[in-house]
Design a protein. Structure first.
Length: 784
């Protein structure tokens, strides 16, 4: 196919996803589709106890079983670890960071902690043999509840620490206490946000190959090939130059694959030791205990306000479960919300404290939203409580407090570049037709209908686009927040893009191609985006924190500008005009005032490669790399509303409408934005109505399958009504992140709706998830 210049505009268009052709045909490279000659399978023996001492491990029967190549206990492999598995975010100087190894050797600290590994010719044989491993455990007392873990005398997750408190981190503005004391009204509410268990459609999986010269390749269903590569050096001592990490097709992650896991280190260590490729595919039941969980936070939020509803201070106290160990960014996750407990509201005084707590549970870490849903939930619930206390309509109360002028520097120190929270709320109300919902509600209330309806709101902003490296350093995050892109014209004019981001469902192949196609005037079809391979993209900080577009996408834009600069030099030289006399549009350089003197970018690429007639000293080729470190976070925002129908006899709450208006800056691809918003909203709704990872008092996980951990399908959800407002972000594309907005906004909108449906009965709060039993009990309690 000929490569031509393009005059089409791609940014802003719902270009069909380039990714889909392969995915829909099943032509994919998910880990389980990859095979290498001589591959052996790995199975992990996991602790059934939440806390126990390992008295002994007998591997004889497993080693003798059919097809078994080797079996090892944690103690057998202790020499493999040059260091423990790293936590990259020691949030305070005196944080407690207990050692964490890929297999436990002496003590297990959560149900699912790995104690031994079996390698066999096939996965089935490895699984069968793993069941023959006999582990002698001496059970110890366990604690699974984040508040009980702080009580005096609670079982200690790490006895040598002498406490379950991992850290205390706080941020308080000057004069905070005086503002609190001077308030006309103070409301305080407590909330528990349950554990959530991420369920990517592709579970985790790894395939490791070690070559005789020391080169190691790890294919992993990961979000972070680059970060994973350097943790391999820290844990296994493999130099980064010898280590290649490939994230092939990755079927979702939602934060859970923003991690460096035991199985990744184990597969690499064993591939080296056994000199055969080692593969491990996580089973769904394993995913429930061995992949990180999210949330599990008790929060107490206080609002101080004047009697006319101006919020004067916000105070938050958060007790956050870390689980049994610190995974890659466990302690930092709550802090990602630390600046958002005032959200889109102008609040002059601010105080937040986070206490990280060890419990005998699966470690927590980043799950879609990571820290920010936790903040928005309590903020948007408490603003309802304040409205009730003051007798002010909650929408009006929000409006009275919205930040109006941008850029706006918050009391907590960060600056929001742009936004218009009134505009999103206005548009939401237009779409919602609140009057008719209230009329229906009134009619049902007066007729005593068993089915009541309620409407709930959530106006939010968020902080994503992780992140300015300097700020990350200041909050003790170990790595930078920049990203990189390379644009490479091939001699005949097609374009290769190499990105340091690592998509796993977010469609970078499409949206990156749109940006390059527009900027350089080529066709989207002629732009190929390469990602997820440390040998292809040497520089990258991967995909999480809705950072890819606002960091990696801007790096891409900057690389495009470098390409245009270089091409301009070549054209000026060949057309014998000054560079300033050239203008560039739709892929063509033309001389100002005499457009017949022109040269297309494809011809420039050919000239750059043939190098027959280049300016003196200019390097042949048309390729540029840019590395971009954002000066600020990205600040999307918006307004969401949920309408629910609650059966007051059974407690069943059913979502009947969901309306969302988001401001994600300039839209690159509206269809992809909608997809992101839909997925995000679904996860927020799921947290509000169905999903809860529950432990019993002994630390046994009760929700171990999808039969007990309820993940919604399309059948449980109405069609979402979405729209956007736009304020331009302070970057060359005007873009803000979108990957987590829905999850952050949705849960409080839904719970506010459920409470609104029942407020006339006296119900003031319902803990997430609002299961039929919880709703029914709340109604009964309010009635009695
Ligand atoms: N986009 C756009 N216009 C904008 C903003 C974004 O067209 N104004 C497009 C981007 O170009 C990109 C997509 O939307 O194709 C998401 O962009 P961005 O907000 O930068 O988020 P990331 O690509 O960094 O993705 C991370 C984010 C996070 S943190 C989670 S969690 C999440 C999410 O993305 N996990 C996902 N979306 C997911 N989607 C899928 N399918 N699977 C996951 O695991």
């Amino acid at each position: 196919m000929a490569v031509t210049a393009s005059t089409e505009t791609f940014v802003g268009a719902s270009v069909k996803r380039k990714e889909d052709a392969g995915l829909l045909r099943g032509q994919t490279t998910f880990i389980d589709n990859l095979t290498l000659p001589g591959t052996v399978a790995m199975a992990i023996v996991r602790s059934p106890y939440a806390h126990a001492r390992i008295v002994g491990i007998d591997l004889e029967a497993a080693r003798a079983a059919e097809g078994v190549v080797a079996a090892f206990s944690g103690a057998d492999l202790a020499d493999e670890w040059a260091g423990g598995m790293p936590c990259a975010w020691p949030v305070t100087e005196d944080i407690k960071m207990p050692p964490h190894y890929p297999l436990a050797a002496e003590e297990v600290r959560y149900q699912g902690d790995g104690v031994a590994v079996v390698i066999a010719e096939t996965r089935a044989l490895a699984k069968d043999a793993a069941e023959l491993v006999v582990v002698d455990y001496e059970p110890l007392d366990a604690v699974a509840d984040v508040e009980k873990a702080l009580e005096p005398g609670a079982p200690l997750v790490h006895s040598d620490l002498g406490t379950n408190e991992c850290y205390v981190w706080s941020l308080e503005t000057d004069d905070f206490q005086a503002a609190l004391d001077a308030a006309d009204v103070v409301v305080t509410r407590r909330y528990y946000q349950p554990r959530l268990i991420p369920n990517a459609i592709e579970p985790r999986g790894v395939l490791a190959r070690a070559e005789p010269d020391g080169d190691v390749t790890l294919w992993s269903a990961t979000q972070i090939p680059h970060i994973l590569r350097f943790t391999m050096q820290l844990v296994l001592g493999i130099p980064e130059s010898k280590m290649r990490v490939i994230a092939p097709d990755v079927g979702g992650g939602f934060g859970s694959k923003l991690n460096a896991y035991a199985e990744e280190y184990l597969a690499v260590a064993l591939a080296k030791r056994l000199r055969r490729p080692v593969k491990w595919i996580e089973e769904r039941a394993e995913n429930y205990v061995a992949t990180i969980h999210g949330r599990d936070v008790v929060s107490e939020l206080t609002f101080a306000a004047t009697s006319d509803g101006k919020i004067t201070a916000v105070k938050g106290d958060m007790t956050c479960a870390m689980g049994a160990y610190l995974q890659l960014v466990t302690p930092g996750v709550p802090l990602l919300g630390a600046w958002l407990y005032s959200g889109p509201y102008e609040v002059p005084n601010y105080s937040v404290t986070f206490t990280g707590v060890f419990t005998n549970t699966t470690p927590t870490d980043a799950y879609r939203g990571a820290g920010r849903p936790e903040a928005t939930y309590v903020l948007e619930r408490t603003i309802e409580a304040l409205a009730a206390e003051l007798g002010i309509d909650p929408i009006e109360l929000r409006r009275r407090n919205f930040i109006r002028d941008f850029p706006h520097t918050m009391a907590s120190g960060l600056t929001i570049d742009s936004g218009d929270y009134h505009a999103s709320l206005d548009r939401l109300l237009e779409m919602l037709d609140l009057d008719s919902i209230r009329a229906d509600q009134e009619a049902r209330r007066s007729s005593g209908d068993a089915k009541q309806i309620g409407v709930g709101f959530s106006t939010y902003n968020e902080m994503c686009g992780l992140a300015p490296s300097r700020i990350l350093g200041a909050i003790r995050y170990a790595v930078g927040g920049w990203d990189s892109a390379t644009i490479r014209f091939q001699p005949l004019g097609s374009v290769q893009v190499v990105t340091g981001t690592s998509p796993h469902g977010q469609s970078h192949e499409t949206t990156w191609a749109q940006i390059v196609a527009d900027q350089l005037g080529v066709d989207v079809a002629d732009v190929e985006v390469l990602h997820g391979d440390t040998a292809v993209s040497q520089l990258g900080m991967d995909t999480y924190g809705s950072r890819s577009l606002t960091v990696g996408g801007i790096a891409l834009w900057n690389a495009g500008e470098k390409i245009i600069d270089k091409a301009r030099q070549i054209v000026a030289h060949q057309l014998e005009v000054a560079e300033d006399d050239l203008e560039f549009a739709n892929g063509t350089f033309s001389v100002k005032g005499s457009p017949e003197h022109s040269m297309g970018i494809r011809d420039v690429a050919f000239q750059a490669h043939s190098a027959h007639n280049l300016p003196d000293g200019l390097e042949p080729g048309l390729e540029a790399t840019a590395v971009y470190d954002p000066p600020n976070f990205s600040w999307p925002g918006g307004a969401h509303a949920a309408v629910v129908e609650v059966d007051t006899e059974t407690g069943d709450a059913r979502l009947i409408r969901y309306v969302a208006v988001d401001d994600v800056g300039t839209p690159v691809n509206p269809a992809i934005i909608d997809g992101q918003v839909h997925g995000g909203i679904t996860q927020g709704i799921a947290a509000a109505l169905w999903e809860e990872g529950a432990y019993d008092d002994d630390g046994n996980l009760l929700t171990t399958t999808m039969a007990t951990y309820l993940i919604p399908s399309a059948a449980e959800l109405p069609s979402f009504e979405t729209d956007r407002t736009e304020t331009e972000a302070d970057n060359p594309l005007g873009v803000k992140g979108v990957g987590e907005t829905g999850t952050i906004a949705a849960a409080p909108a839904v719970i506010n709706a459920v409470v609104d449906a029942l407020s006339h009965l006296g119900v003031e709060d319902i803990q997430m998830p609002a299961t039929p039993e919880r709703v029914w009990r709340a109604i009964e309690e309010a009635r009695s």
